[in-house]
Design a protein around this ligand. Structure first.
Ligand code: CA
Length: 218
């Protein structure tokens, strides 16, 4: 794994880099926000100091989150709760208040990386018979044919595909797809399942579990 250390204090940056290296990771150092921007695409995790010479670390974080999900751990000398809350709202994965205890930093890095790996695992490809559901790319291939689904049809399918072979309750699907399990939406679910079945054209693949819900897979 490659870690980007964004830190203008060279003493602190050196200590962080050393600790991360000892753990077996590669390290890239950026002494400013400007230097960090060009390096983001090359790293797997970012340690971000909030007090940078050329910009506020929070605005850099905001910029990073426009197009990147790279894990970011914020390092701040400011223990002010407001900064920490803002950083988390802007999409920081974790934060540490300086002076950073290196063993704690390494433990936090491990946790953040594990969590990020789980998210990636969720955005996976599910194959059931000759139907391929790419949850990350939101793409469905039936046989060898790319099958366009509406947003809601895909969401219903994704809800089932993330638990292949398992009966998923109507309530669960409704909450995941519509954010509510209201009776009005319940009818919509049946309509979308019918449309989904017609498009997939694999009778029995989306099975009705009587009195409960639906299941993907026979
Ligand atoms: Ca600083």
């Amino acid at each position: 794994m490659r870690v980007l250390v964004v830190e203008d204090d060279l003493g602190v940056a050196g200590a962080l880099a050393e600790a991360v290296r000892v753990r077996g990771h590669g390290v890239v150092h950026a002494p400013s926000g400007g230097a960090a921007i060009g390096l983001l695409g090359e790293v797997d995790l970012v340690l971000l100091d909030l007090g940078l010479p050329d910009c506020d670390g929070l605005s850099l974080l905001h910029q990073v989150r426009q197009d990147s999900a790279v894990p970011v751990i914020v390092l701040t000398a400011r223990s002010a709760e407001g900064d920490v809350v803002r950083a988390l709202h802007l999409g920081a994965d974790d934060y540490l208040v300086k002076p950073v205890r290196l063993r704690e930093l390494l433990a936090r890095i491990d946790t953040v990386v594990r969590r990020a790996a789980n998210v990636l695992a969720d955005a996976t490809v599910v194959e059931v018979e000759d139907v391929r559901v790419d949850l990350g790319a939101r793409q469905v291939i039936v046989g060898a044919v790319d099958m366009p689904l509406t947003g809601k049809e895909f969401a219903v399918l994704a809800s089932l595909a993330s638990r292949v072979g398992v009966a998923v309750s109507r309530r669960q699907i409704l909450e995941e797809v519509w954010g509510t399990a209201s009776v009005a939406r319940s009818k919509s679910l049946d309509v979308h399942v019918a449309a989904l079945r017609a498009k997939l054209n694999r009778p029995g693949l989306v099975a009705t579990v009587r009195g409960f819900g639906y299941r993907l897979g026979r």
